[in-house]
Design a protein around this ligand. Structure first.
Ligand code: AKG
Ligand code: FE2
Length: 439
């Protein structure tokens, strides 16, 4: 397999040999993001490295140059000799093969997880059925749901999910907004799905939220009971996932994605009720999600659209990683997320030790790479919210298991303006090669 990006040197953050390049997502432990070694410090893949050959299969920058060239110039390939053209074709074919292979694996895995969840639901309804293969499964076109964690249908059911503060703030804001616009109180379903745009008064945020360090804020979000039910559901699923019927799915060996296990409502709820309205005040201008004019205009309703993609999952850590408890890592190396704004809520367990979330500054700013602060062992149900480009790490867990609910969000509107590198560094003032002005 080609090795784009694996030539970086190890740094102080990567002294543990658990992070060696063969640490794929199927192995437990360590703190790697994926099998590629990445560092916060100077990369060897810099102008100082004298390795000058054209190698689009192994150098990401070379294949990116080809793709941009193909898009920009007519007859772009005419400037290459035949073997160089073959090298581009080969590199793109490898990428296409990666897409095809991953697509197949992703679809197979999702179907397998659907069966697993259906079996789990059957077992909840009839505890002796867990090993009974004769159970009829539901129609695969049904919306997948987990019967122990159904989407709240009423405001009083939502109250059981959220912390008291979070519920009061959301409920009061929705009542006052529907009164001022003379609408009837929306259904919880409409708010969860984003059909009713929640707006939060900045004065309420000031009372509710604390600043943990530069550009990182924390607040009570979920009820302890809900966190415990979610944790148990995740560990029950991963336990069933380790049975011989399902172990090839590697369910508890990777962070468990809410959409694949029928818990998509959790990601939707957190996006629409909290991340969007909070980001409008805290991140809209710094993360260039809205122009400063739009951000200060209270009547604009862009809030609904400015973050329009989300992925929610549970990440588990332990001193003793175990796939049947969905605790996959010891720690997590410094990284930025492929997200504009990230929410991270502590789910417990109650007695873990270590696992502080450390913040190392925003990419593209003078503080990049400097340790700015740490969030130590928050209360269960307490969340932090930060820009995805804020470098962060999770220190080693020294006792117990620790689960975190993570939601990543993106703005495709903003991402259409820049290439990934300008995007990550928020270089919106420069004319990016993706911008139509660039010629
Ligand atoms: O577990 C955490 O607290 C952070 C996880 C994280 O940074 C991530 O999944 O991107
Ligand atoms: Fe992260």
């Amino acid at each position: 397999r080609r090795s784009r990006g694996v030539t970086y040197p190890s740094s102080m953050h990567r002294s543990n040999n658990m992070d060696s390049s063969n640490n794929s997502s199927e192995q437990l432990g360590g703190g790697a993001i994926n099998e590629k070694q990445r560092t916060l410090g100077n990369s060897a893949n810099s102008v100082h490295e004298k390795e000058e050959s054209w190698d689009p299969s192994n150098k990401l920058s070379h294949i990116l140059h080809s793709i941009v060239g193909l898009d920009r110039y007519p007859n772009y390939l005419s400037r290459y000799d035949e073997s160089d053209i073959a090298a581009i074709e080969h590199a793109l074919e490898q990428t296409l093969n990666d897409v095809r292979q991953q697509r197949k694996q992703v679809l197979q895995r999702r179907n397998g997880i659907r069966e697993l969840v259906e079996k789990y639901n059957n077992a909840l309804a009839n505890p002796s059925a867990i090993y009974d293969d004769s159970q009829a499964s539901s129609d695969s076109n049904d919306v997948l749901q987990i019967s122990s964690l159904l989407q709240p249908k009423s405001w009083s059911q939502l109250k059981d999910v959220l912390s008291d503060e979070a519920f009061e703030i959301i409920y009061a804001s929705i009542i006052s907004l529907s009164k001022s616009t003379q609408q009837t109180l929306p259904s919880v379903e409409d708010v969860i799905r984003g059909k009713f745009a929640v707006q939060l008064d900045p004065a309420l945020l000031e009372d509710w939220m604390s600043q943990e360090c530069f550009d990182v804020y924390s607040f009570q979000l979920l009820s302890k009971d809900f966190c415990s039910r979610l944790r148990h559901t995740i560990t029950d699923l991963s336990k069933l996932g380790e049975s011989s019927e399902f172990c090839s799915l590697l369910l508890g060996r990777r962070p468990i994605d809410f959409d694949t296990v029928g818990l998509n409502w959790i990601s939707d709820m957190l996006l629409h009720m909290f991340i969007l309205p909070i980001s409008r005040h805290l991140f809209a201008t710094t993360e260039k999600l809205l122009s400063s004019e739009d951000a200060s205009n209270d009547n604009n309703n862009n809030t609904k659209d400015f973050l329009n993609w989300r992925q929610g999952y549970v990440a588990g850590y332990s001193a003793n990683p175990q796939s049947d408890r969905a605790v996959t890592r010891h720690r997590l190396v410094p990284h930025s997320d492929d997200s504009e704004v990230t929410l991270n809520c502590c789910l417990g367990e109650e007695d873990f030790e270590g696992d502080n979330v450390q913040f190392y500054g925003l990419r593209g700013t003078p503080n990049e790479g400097k340790l700015l602060g740490e969030v130590e062992r928050p209360d269960v149900g307490r969340a932090v919210i930060h820009a995805g480009r804020h470098l962060h790490a999770v220190s080693e867990v020294t006792a117990g298991n620790r689960y975190a609910l993570i939601v990543w969000t993106r703005s495709w509107g903003m991402r259409r303006l820049t290439c990934p590198c300008c995007h990550l560094n928020r270089r919106m003032d420069a004319s990016c090669i993706c911008d139509s002005r660039w010629n």
